[in-house]
Write a protein that binds this ligand. Structure first.
Ligand code: GLN
Length: 493
C-alpha cells in the first residue's frame, strides 16, 4: 500500500482525484505520524478534530464534483499566521494565550483552496532566529539524525517547525514566513524545498509582523512542483495589505518541465566567502555543473555590495521590529502582568513576555532609531539597502536567474549553536539576506549531501515577480540532482 505520509502534494492530488485515497485517510495517516513524531516538537498546537472535519468536507466536495485546487491536502501553518479561533502564539510567552478572532489572508486562501489544517508549527519567537531555539515552546528537532543516529541537530529557522514537519512526513506542506531567510535556510537544513516569493506577492495581513518591509509568506514542501502548487493559491493582491501588489498570479506549474537551454544563470563571485563549508561549496559547484549540462549559460557576475547586506538587514529588521512589537503592551492581545502605574504595567508585561533574543532586537532597533543615531545607522542602512537592490537590478539586465548556496553550513547541533555569540548566529544569514533586502524571489532546494549525510540546499534567485523562471530553473536542478533521501525512511518511524 502507498505510504500516505510519503506522498508529494501533486501525487496525492492525483490519487485523490482518481478516488484511490480519501482526504480522511490522508488526514488520519498524518495525525498518526504526528503522534509518532512528537519527539521532534514540530507542532505547537495540533488540531485533529478540525483536520478530520475539514477532510470529511473535502471528500464530500470531491464526491459532489466541486473539488477545489488543493482539495484534501493536509498542511500545517507556521504559528505566526493568525488562525480564527485557534491559538496563535508566534512561539512567544506574551502571545501564549492569544486566540485570534480573524484568519490571515494567506491561510484563508489555503482554506478556500481546499486544504486540511493539521495544526500550527513551531518557529523562532516572533520569527527571530535561525534554529527554533528562541521559541518559548522549546526547540524543534531536525528529523535528520547526526552521524551517531541521534537527533541533536537544529531544523534551522525561523520556519523550523514547518521544515521539520514537512521533512518528517508530519504534514504534506506547510506555510512559512521569510524575513531574512526563514523559509530558505530551514528548507536547506531539513532537505526540503521552500520559496520566498517577491515582496508584495503574498498578503501579510494577519501574519504576526516582524519587519514589515521584509516579511513575506511562502510555502515549504517536498518538491518544486508542490511549492508551485501551493504558492499559486497563497499569492495574490489583498486590499487589506497596502504592500501587496495588484498583479495577476501566473500558473506556476505551467513553468515546470521546460528546458533551460540558453538561459543565463549568474554566479555571484562575492558569495564565495570565507567560512563557507567545503561540502556547501562542492554542492554549489555541482549545481553549476548540472545547470550547464542542462544547456544553461553560466555567467560569473559581481554584486559588490553583498557583504553589507547582513549588517544592513540587522539594522533595518531590528528597527522595524522595535516598532512592530510596541503593540504588545499588556493592554491589548497579551497576557498582562500588573504594575502600580501604566509604565510599570508595560514594563512588567514586556519583561515577562519577551524572550532574550526578542529583547535584544528591540533594544538594538530602538537604539538605531534614537535621535542621536538615526542618521548614522538607520538612514545609512536604508541607503546601503538601495545599493544592494541596485546590484540585483544591474545583474538581472545580464542574467535570468542567480544560483548561490542557501546557507554557509549544513544543519548545526544545538550544542554548537548554544555556544555561539549572537553575531556568529547572525552570520548564518549571509546568503539569504541580500535577496530579502532587494525583495526578489528566492527558492531553496536540496541538491547535495554533506560528508555526515546531511542535506545541503542551493538558492535560485530571480527577478521581481518572475517566480516562473525561479521555478523553471529549480525544477531542472531538482530533476538532475536526484536528491532522494528522506529522513523518515532513515529513522524508520
Ligand atoms: N535568521 C534571520 C533572523 O534571525 C531571519 C529570520 C526570518 O527570516 N524571519 O532575523
Amino acid at each position: 500500500m502507498t505510504d500516505l505520509v510519503e506522498l508529494n502534494v501533486s501525487e496525492a492530488l492525483d490519487l485523490l482525484n482518481k478516488k484511490e485515497i480519501s482526504a480522511v485517510e490522508l488526514a488520519k495517516a498524518h495525525l498518526a505520524e504526528m503522534e509518532k513524531g512528537r519527539f521532534l516538537n514540530a507542532y505547537i498546537t495540533e488540531t485533529p478534530e478540525r483536520a478530520l472535519a475539514d477532510a470529511e468536507a473535502s471528500d464530500k466536495r470531491r464526491a459532489d464534483g466541486i473539488a477545489r485546487p488543493l482539495e484534501g491536502i493536509a498542511i500545517a501553518n507556521k504559528d505566526l499566521y493568525c488562525t480564527k479561533g485557534i491559538l496563535t502564539t508566534a512561539a512567544s510567552k506574551i502571545l501564549s494565550k492569544f486566540v485570534p478572532t480573524y484568519e490571515s489572508t494567506v491561510s484563508q486562501k489555503l482554506i478556500d483552496a481546499g486544504t486540511v489544517m493539521l495544526g500550527k508549527v513551531n518557529t523562532d519567537q516572533f520569527a527571530m532566529g535561525g534554529s527554533t531555539m528562541t521559541s518559548y515552546f522549546g526547540v524543534s528537532k531536525n528529523p535528520w539524525a547526526d552521524s551517531n543516529g541521534e537527533y541533536t541537530l537544529v531544523p534551522g529557522g525561523s520556519s523550523g517547525g514547518s521544515a521539520a514537519a514537512v521533512s518528517a512526513g508530519l504534514c504534506m506542506a506547510a506555510t512559512g514566513t521569510d524575513t531574512g531567510g526563514s523559509i530558505r535556510q530551514p528548507a536547506s537544513f531539513c532537505g526540503v524545498t521552500g520559496i520566498k516569493p517577491t515582496y508584495g506577492r503574498c498578503s501579510r495581513w494577519g501574519i504576526v509582523a516582524f519587519a514589515s518591509s521584509l516579511d513575506q509568506a511562502g510555502p515549504i514542501a517536498r518538491s518544486v512542483k508542490d511549492c508551485a502548487l501551493l504558492l499559486e493559491q497563497m499569492a495574490g493582491y489583498d486590499p487589506k495589505d497596502s504592500t501587496s501588489v495588484n498583479k495577476g498570479v501566473p500558473n506556476y506549474v505551467a513553468a515546470l518541465g521546460k528546458d533551460i537551454k540558453g538561459k543565463k544563470i549568474g554566479v555571484p563571485k562575492e558569495y564565495l566567502m570565507e567560512g563557507i563549508n567545503p561540502d556547501v561549496k562542492a554542492t554549489w559547484d555541482k549545481g553549476i555543473r548540472l545547470l550547464k549540462e542542462a544547456g544553461a549559460e553560466i555567467v560569473e557576475v559581481s554584486m559588490p555590495h553583498t557583504k553589507y547586506a547582513l549588517p544592513v538587514y540587522y539594522i533595518v529588521a531590528c528597527a522595524e521590529a522595535s516598532s512592530n512589537l510596541s503593540r504588545y503592551d499588556g493592554v491589548r492581545f497579551t497576557t498582562r502582568v500588573e504594575g502600580k502605574t501604566l509604565d510599570e504595567l508595560y514594563k512588567n508585561t514586556r519583561t515577562d513576555g519577551f524572550g532574550d533574543e526578542v529583547i535584544r532586537r528591540i533594544l538594538l532597533g530602538t537604539f538605531v532609531l534614537s535621535a542621536g543615531f538615526y542618521d548614522a545607522y538607520y538612514i545609512r542602512a536604508q541607503r546601503v539597502r538601495r545599493l544592494v537592490y541596485n546590484d540585483f537590478k544591474k545583474v538581472f539586465d545580464e542574467v535570468d536567474a542567480l544560483l548561490t548556496p542557501a546557507a554557509p553550513t549544513p544543519a548545526l547541533s544545538y550544542e554548537a549553536m548554544k555556544n555561539m555569540s549572537p553575531v556568529d548566529v547572525y552570520l548564518g544569514d549571509v546568503f539569504t539576506t541580500p535577496a530579502s533586502l532587494a525583495g526578489v524571489p528566492a527558492l531553496s532546494l536540496p541538491v547535495g549531501v554533506s560528508k555526515e549525510g546531511l542535506p545541503i540546499g542551493l538558492q535560485v534567485i530571480g527577478k521581481h515577480f518572475d517566480e516562473e523562471t525561479v521555478f523553471q530553473v529549480a525544477d531542472v536542478l531538482e530533476k538532475s540532482a536526484g536528491f532522494q533521501l528522506k529522513p523518515h525512511r532513515v529513522k524508520g518511524a
